[in-house]
Design a protein around this ligand. Structure first.
Ligand code: PMP
Length: 408
C-alpha cells in the first residue's frame, strides 16, 4: 500500500486545538473544545466520580481481568433504564439488547456495522439520513461500513432555529424504510432541538414511512440538567412501538471522556416474539463486538456502574449534572445579555434558545477567522462555539470581540 496511500487532511477540530495551544496570548479563549470546563477554564472531575473512584480503589477484589464481550452487565442494564425509564415495558418484556462500547463513537460504529450487515429488509432503503449539519464523525462512521449517506435539512440560517418544514419534507420524500439518525437532545453542532410537539410529528411521519430511527445520545442530563427530560424523545419513540437503536455516550454527562464509557442498545418493536428476536440480535452484536474489540474497557464502566447502582450517588450525580448544565445556561444568558447591552447588530435570542454544549452563532467564516487572528478566540469555521469555553472572566471579552467583528 505504501505507493498508493495519500496524505489525509488533519481532523479540523484537532487542528484548531493545536493552533490554540501554540497561541501565547494571555487573552486566548478556546471555544472549540468539546469538553466541559469549570469557571476557571479547568477540566472538572465530577465529585461523584471521585467518590466512585475511591470506592473502586478500596475494593480488595478489584483486578484488571477482561469484561465479558457485552461489557459490564451492572452498567448496561442501568444504562438501558436511564434511557428508557426504570419501569419501561420494553425492558420488562425483554425487548432490549445492550452492549457496552468504546464510548458514543464506538456505539455509533457498532450500530452502523450491525445495520450494514442486517438491514437488508425487502424493499427497504439502506441509506442513512443525517441532519445537515451533524457531528462530522457520523459521515465517516457510516461511510466506513459501506452505508450510503444522505442529509436532511435541519438548521434554518435565518432564525438560527430548526428548519422543521425542510426536515419534514426530506423525511417525507426519502424512500420508505430509510435509516434516520436523530440526536436525542442537545444537537451537535447547532444546539437546536425539536420541541416535544415537533418530535411527535417526526415520529408519526417516520412511522408512516416505515423509517428506522437511529438515536445518538451524548448529552443526557448534561443538556437540561434533567435526565428524564433529555431522554424524552427516545422514550416517546419507544412508546410508539418503533424498532430502533440507540448509541449512548457517558463522556459528557460523567466527564469520563478519555475512559471511553458508553453503550449500544437495540430495542425490538412489541410483538409476541420480540424477546426471541432480541436474543438473536444480542448474539449477533456479540459476534461483531468480538471481532472489533473483543471486550470493552473496564475502568469508566465501573465508575458509571457504581454511581448508577447506588441511590445516594445517583442523586449526587444529578446534582453534578445540574452544576454543569446550570453553568452553561448561565453563560448563555451572560453572552446574550452582553451582546444585547452592546447593541450588537442582529438578533441574539438563539444563544439562549439553543441547548447543551454548543451554540451555532451564525458568525461567518470570515468573522470566525477575524476573531482568531485579532482576538485569539478559537472556534470552528462554521461559527460553532462551545459554551463550556466561556466563563465569568472571558464572557464580556468574547461578547465585545464578537460585537466588533459583526460591526466591521
Ligand atoms: N455523538 C455526538 C452527537 C457527539 O457530540 C459525540 C461527542 N462529541 C459523540 C457522539 C461521541 O463521543 P464519545 O465517543 O466521546 O462518547
Amino acid at each position: 500500500p505504501a505507493e498508493v496511500v495519500p496524505q489525509a487532511p488533519e481532523d479540523p477540530l484537532f487542528g484548531l486545538m493545536r493552533a490554540y495551544k501554540a497561541d501565547s496570548s494571555p487573552d486566548k479563549v478556546d471555544l472549540g473544545i468539546g469538553a466541559y470546563r469549570d469557571d476557571n477554564a479547568k477540566p472538572w472531575v465530577l465529585p461523584v466520580v471521585k467518590k466512585a473512584d475511591e470506592i473502586l480503589r478500596s475494593d480488595p477484589e478489584a483486578n484488571h481481568e477482561y469484561l465479558p464481550i457485552a461489557g459490564l452487565a451492572s452498567l448496561t442494564s442501568k444504562a438501558a433504564e436511564l434511557l428508557l425509564g426504570n419501569s419501561a415495558p420494553a425492558i420488562a418484556e425483554k425487548r432490549t439488547a445492550s452492549v457496552q462500547t468504546i464510548s458514543g463513537t464506538g456505539a455509533v460504529h457498532l450500530g452502523a456495522l450491525f445495520l450494514a450487515k442486517f438491514y437488508k429488509i425487502q424493499g427497504a432503503n439502506r441509506t442513512v439520513y443525517v441532519s445537515n449539519p451533524t457531528w462530522a464523525n457520523h459521515h465517516q462512521i457510516f461511510t466506513n461500513v459501506g452505508l450510503p449517506i444522505a442529509t436532511y435539512p435541519y438548521f434554518n440560517k435565518e432564525t438560527k432555529g430548526l428548519d422543521f418544514d425542510g426536515m419534514k419534507k426530506a423525511l417525507g420524500s426519502a424512500p420508505d424504510g430509510s435509516i434516520i439518525l436523530l440526536h436525542a437532545c442537545a444537537h451537535n453542532p447547532t444546539g437546536v432541538d425539536p420541541t416535544p410537539e415537533q418530535w411527535r410529528e417526526i415520529a408519526s411521519l417516520m412511522k408512516e414511512k416505515k423509517h428506522f430511527p437511529f438515536f445518538d445520545t451524548a448529552y443526557q442530563g448534561f443538556a437540561s440538567g434533567d435526565l428524564d427530560r433529555d431522554a424524552g424523545p427516545i422514550r416517546f419513540f419507544v412508546e410508539q412501538g418503533f424498532e430502533l437503536v440507540i448509541a449512548q455516550s457517558f463522556a459528557k454527562n460523567f466527564g469520563l471522556y478519555g475512559e471511553r464509557a458508553g453503550c449500544f442498545h437495540y430495542v425490538a418493536a412489541p410483538s409476541s416474539n420480540a424477546a426471541e428476536i432480541t436474543t438473536r440480535v444480542a448474539s449477533q452484536l456479540a459476534i461483531l463486538q468480538r471481532s472489533e474489540i473483543s471486550n470493552p474497557p473496564i475502568y469508566g464502566a465501573r465508575i458509571a456502574s457504581i454511581v448508577l447502582n447506588d441511590p445516594a450517588l445517583f442523586a449526587e450525580w444529578q446534582e453534578n449534572l445540574r452544576t454543569m448544565s446550570g453553568r452553561i445556561i448561565d453563560m448563555r444568558n451572560k453572552l446574550r445579555g452582553k451582546l444585547e447591552e452592546l447593541g450588537t447588530p442582529g438578533e441574539w435570542n438563539h444563544i439562549t434558545d439553543q441547548i447543551g454544549m454548543f451554540s451555532f452563532t451564525g458568525l461567518s467564516e470570515a468573522q470566525v477567522l477575524k476573531l482568531r487572528t485579532d482576538y485569539h478566540i478559537y472556534m470552528t469555521k462554521n461559527g460553532r462555539i462551545s459554551m463550556a469555553g466561556l466563563n465569568s472572566r472571558n464572557v464580556d471579552y468574547v461578547a465585545t470581540a464578537v460585537d466588533k467583528v459583526v460591526r466591521e
